[in-house]
Design a protein around this ligand. Sequence first.
Ligand code: GLY
Ligand code: MN
Ligand code: MN
Length: 435
Amino acid sequence: MQTEYRQRREQLMAKIGSGTAIFRSAPTAVMHNDVEYVYRQDSDFFYLTGFNEAQAVAVLAPHHAEHRFILFVQPKDREKEVWSGYRCGIEAAKEIYGADEAYPIAELNEKLPQYLEKSDRIYYHLGRDRTFNDTILKHYQNLLRTYPKRGTGPIAIADTSTILHSQRLHKSKTELDLMRKAADIAVEAHNHAMQITAPGRYEYEIQAEIEHIFRLRGGMGPAYPSIVAAGKNACVLHYIENNCQMQENELLLIDAGCAYGYYNSDITRTFPVGGKFTAEQKALYEIVLESQKQAISEVKPGNAFNAPHNKAVRILTEGLVELGILKGEIDKLIEEEKYKPFYMHRTSHWLGLDVHDVGVYQHGENPQILQPGQVLTIEPGLYIVPDTKPAEDQPEIDPRWIGIGIRIEDDVLVTSDGNEVLTAGVPKEINDVER
Ligand code: GLY
Ligand code: MN
Ligand code: MN
């Protein structure tokens, strides 16, 4: 694994030439008083180092004569480690994580300038951590002030994100293995959830059993707060209260993914609590399912990132017209976004170390083109949100549709000749989700 982290650093260093890149570990977060949330490393930092401790800084200085990869970390401290856990320390930062040089984080201000003064720019993502931004700006200003003495030094701060994030967009075999595992665990959890759902049970019971499987299989836990939404709760896109009792004639929407080895899955299924769809639920479900399958078939190299979304929107709009929920000519309804009260989100996002993973979706006028090794979700839905006011030229919504919310979401890898659905193990055909 260390070889892969090194290759990732080499790939980035080849692009930054005589610049110096600086990465800050994620901050810790307080849960309450003196209790902290479980620590989760910043994804860029982890991608380049595999190092998962707080209070660390990684520096890449490809032009430096001796040290190209430098880590600043918390030094070993027996007493502190007894309370808050193992620290890798200075020596292991070199031995295990492959740093050419490592220092205590307290020496950052003293040691950092030597890695900046011969670089032509600082690559750093301003914005996340104000105090640390100030630290970097202070170094930058000092080096600018003293530039005439040396005739070298950074004359710009450039954001690292665009370079690094286009690198992160293409998943390696190692990354895909972890993503498959994250997907497999979530597949098992969703299948189990379908089996145990029954009228009278509570949404949180289902959440508990899903998350039990995540940890039981060695996952880090949920990739995001699990959504277990019965009936009209499914019309709230990020419903996470999960505290209602499920009723016979409701649908249950479960949007839950697992984090495994820092990589994520993201799956949604919607199925009848009591085992059988009502006529209205089935009519809407068929539309979402068809849109999802057709959107997936648009995932192939050479297609625009937006192709699956455009396909999904067309099928959803046609379906809404067929059911009389929308009225008018399809192209015009799409152009005027008349579907938006019922489908208000996008069909896809990148997936990886972040659930909404990094990487651009559009290059100015030109669309991002899908390429092998990218992973994206396909997640169309329809939500007949209570109290929706139809547009002036649109019909009143027949009450029989109101409160139905449906989403179907899979994780899809772009392959050399099409795609592979990583989460295909959870059923979605009507016959398979009815019991
Ligand atoms: N669960 C978050 C999403 O589907 O984007
Ligand atoms: Mn998603
Ligand atoms: Mn989701």
